[in-house]
Write a protein that binds this ligand. Structure first.
Ligand code: UDP
Length: 223
């Protein structure tokens, strides 16, 4: 009988953090570790942490009843490109969720999320495709998160916040709570710097840093 094949796409730092979580899921679903591989377009080694590393074409040439692939690459445009490729090839974009993730009521989450250890997602929350929530991040009530959004470790996203597609929130950033009907909005492709404290909306494509968070000036960039 042909088996399902599972893979973590991206065999670098984040991929190596995701792999043990993926392995646990495979075991919980009654699979074995040899059904689980890394996929990388620029492999640096043929085996990493006990798993074979293959190129994408090698993966798709394998015999399997179905493929499940988690995209463990932080850069969101790359994630989108791979996501669309997988869908076009009829491959399932796999969600990885650490065992101790807390998820409360009425959460709608699209495919391909990676929820690292100690993540909490509370109630009445919508999340788009391929969301990455790294270690200890949280999303509080009534937030709407778009597609290909990335939270680095320990992001604190309070209630009534809207985060548009491809936004990147760096380690330890805090986003102030919005109000019902008047959320704090983080724009499309916006970047919130490490440890920033966001108290008002961030326009599309803007990088903000500091407390209170303000757009990164050209002067700051020259420093
Ligand atoms: N990668 C890939 N296909 C792509 C882009 C990246 O297979 O189109 C791989 C790349 O070779 C590397 C990993 O994904 O092994 C990304 O690693 P990186 O160090 O950039 O980021 P992180 O581990 O933080 O996501």
């Amino acid at each position: 009988m042909t088996q399902q094949i599972y893979a973590v796409y991206g065999a670098s730092g984040f991929g190596r953090e995701v792999m043990p979580l993926a392995r646990q899921q495979v075991l919980q679903e009654g699979g074995t570790p040899d059904q689980l591989l890394f996929v990388d377009d620029n492999p640096t080694s043929s085996f990493i942490n006990g798993h074979k590393v293959v190129r994408y074409t090698e993966l798709t040439s394998m015999k399997a009843s179905a493929f499940y692939v988690a995209i463990a690459i932080a850069e969101s445009p790359v994630r989108q490109k791979i996501f669309e490729h997988l869908i076009a090839d009829g491959i399932n974009v796999w969600q990885i969720k650490a065992d101790n993730v807390v998820m409360l009521d009425d959460i709608k989450i699209d495919s391909g999320a990676i929820l690292s250890p100690f993540v909490t997602i509370t109630s009445n929350i919508t999340i788009g495709k391929s969301f990455h929530a790294n270690l200890y991040s949280y999303v509080a009530h009534d937030c709407q998160i778009g597609d290909f959004v990335t939270f680095a470790p320990r992001v604190m996203c309070n209630g009534n916040v809207v985060i548009k597609d491809h936004a990147y929130i760096a380690t330890g950033a805090i986003i102030r709570q919005g109000k019902p009907g008047k959320p704090i909005v983080i724009g499309e492709r916006a970047v919130v710097g490490m440890g920033a404290v966001v108290t008002k909306n961030v326009p599309d494509g803007t990088t903000v840093i500091g407390n209170p968070a303000a757009p990164l000036s050209k002067k700051a960039l020259r420093r």
